[in-house]
Design a protein around this ligand. Structure first.
Ligand SMILES: *Cc1c(COP(=O)(O)O)cnc(C)c1O
Length: 426
């Protein structure tokens, strides 16, 4: 056995998995069971008291999901991970460990439309207050910090325009404020960007997108970087204070650099309940095996399509960080040298009506509300994902009325360009 550390593609295929010890099955089996038999009464008690690791009930953990957790933790360079039912569930579970009612978190204004909704409305009803900042203006994050700030939330490659966030600069703000930086890495995937290498404390994914990659299964995951010290002056009581639901255990003291992942599992997932189906974990694991191949093809296709659009007379502008003259190209070269992702926007000279008309004429592109599928996708954010925002907020979040969003798949790029050409020209 060589002492070489395995590379990314090897981890994508192997991390967390081994042949099934009882059957020899080489692919990770789907452990489609709700519960697991205890060896004896002592074993059961030690599992329930967090004195031993093991399977109890699939709402808290499952062996298929455990392989997925280990694999994504390895790909992101974290200490541990927790898989849940969706990206949105992951966001709830994370913030439940960090915020008490009345607390605040700072979020970048450029976010997935569903996250803007979740933060503005659902989280408000929990007493968690979002304060918006502009990812293009780092000082706006500093200005937003108050004594009640408990976290900062950004996307590495941000929806909908595929803009690149300066993770290191915002991580410096988070460190100064003494709060963890949470990075939603859904649009980049760890193949393009590993936020932990740039100072993120927690990474979150919608597995539904590029990691699963085939548009067939919802899932979410939380990765603990193991970098944050939760023990400071009772600021994070879920992690630092004795937990009455576990005989007074202090999670940070007991679990050290994976205490956050444990908190998300034993306090968040156990009590809130958004467990991932083992079947979905299996589908997503299968997807991850080809992540490096797919992601490179997604990016290469996206660049070719963006270049085509930039030269088309009906197109007013293209926002793709992989284009040399794009505002985010410098950041793309630094953070995502293999490619600037496959989700981006462009605007049409004909405005809103032209956007709606284009979407209806495309044939190979599917008109739907998802990204990160093998298939190419199109949507008009202003009338769909971002329709709940007022006009000014739409423009600020990159979803103005003339904007069309693409998620480029892994088809032949010539076919994608031909479809756009007929739809733009007709
Ligand atoms: C889709 C998405 C989410 C939400 O994930 P679900 O799995 O749909 O709950 C969060 N963030 C980003 C960037 C997304 O694309």
């Amino acid at each position: 056995m060589s002492d070489r550390l395995p590379g990314f593609s090897t981890l994508a295929v192997h991390a967390g998995a081994q042949p099934d010890p009882t059957t020899g099955a080489r692919a990770t089996p789907i452990y489609q069971t709700t519960s697991f038999v205890f060896n004896d009464a002592d074993h059961a008690a030690s599992l329930f008291g967090l004195q031993a690791f093991g399977n109890i009930y699939t709402r808290i953990g499952n062996p298929t999901n455990a392989v997925l957790e280990e694999r994504v933790a390895a790909l992101e360079g974290g200490t541990a991970a927790l898989a849940v039912a969706s990206g949105h569930a992951a966001q709830v579970v994370i913030l439940q460990q960090l915020l008490q009612p009345g607390d605040e978190f700072i979020a970048a204004r450029k976010l997935y439309g569903g996250s803007i909704n979740q933060f503005t409305h659902a989280f408000k009803s929990f007493g968690w207050n979002v304060v918006w900042a502009d990812p293009d203006d780092i000082a706006s994050f500093e200005r937003a910090v108050t004594p009640r700030t408990k976290a900062i939330f950004i996307e590495s490659i941000a929806n909908p325009a595929g803009s690149i966030t300066d993770i290191e600069a915002i991580s410096t703000v988070a460190r100064k404020a003494g709060v963890p930086l949470i990075v939603d890495n859904t649009l980049a995937s760890p193949y393009l960007i590993r936020p932990i290498d740039h100072g993120a404390d927690i990474v979150v994914h919608s597995l539904t997108k590029f990691l699963g990659g085939h548009g067939n299964s919802l899932g979410g995951i939380i990765v603990d970087a193991g970098t944050f010290d939760w023990s400071t002056d009772g600021k994070y009581p879920m992690l630092s204070e004795p937990r009455p639901e576990y005989h007074g255990i202090r999670l940070q003291e007991t679990f050290g650099n994976f205490a956050f992942a444990i908190a998300c599992r034993v306090l968040g997932l156990r009590d809130l309940g958004p467990a991932l189906s083992p079947f979905n974990a299996f589908m997503i694991l299968t997807g991850i095996e080809t992540l490096p191949l797919r992601m490179q093809k997604h990016c290469d296709n996206a660049k070719a399509v963006a270049e085509f659009l930039a030269g088309h007379p009906a197109v007013a502008s293209v926002s793709y960080a992989g284009l040399a003259n794009d505002k985010y190209n410098q950041l793309a070269r630094k953070y995502a040298p293999k490619g600037a992702g496959a989700v981006f926007t462009f605007s049409l000279k004909g405005g809103y009506d032209a956007g709606v008309s284009l979407v209806s004429k495309l044939q190979l592109f599917s008109h739907l509300a998802n990204v990160g599928d093998t298939r190419s996708l199109v949507i008009h954010p202003a009338s769909t994902t971002h329709s709940q925002l007022d006009d000014a907020a739409k423009v600020k979040s990159g979803a103005g009325p003339d904007v069309v969003r693409l998620s480029i798949g892994i088809e032949d790029k010539e076919d994608l360009i031909a479809d756009l050409e007929q739809a733009l020209g007709a």
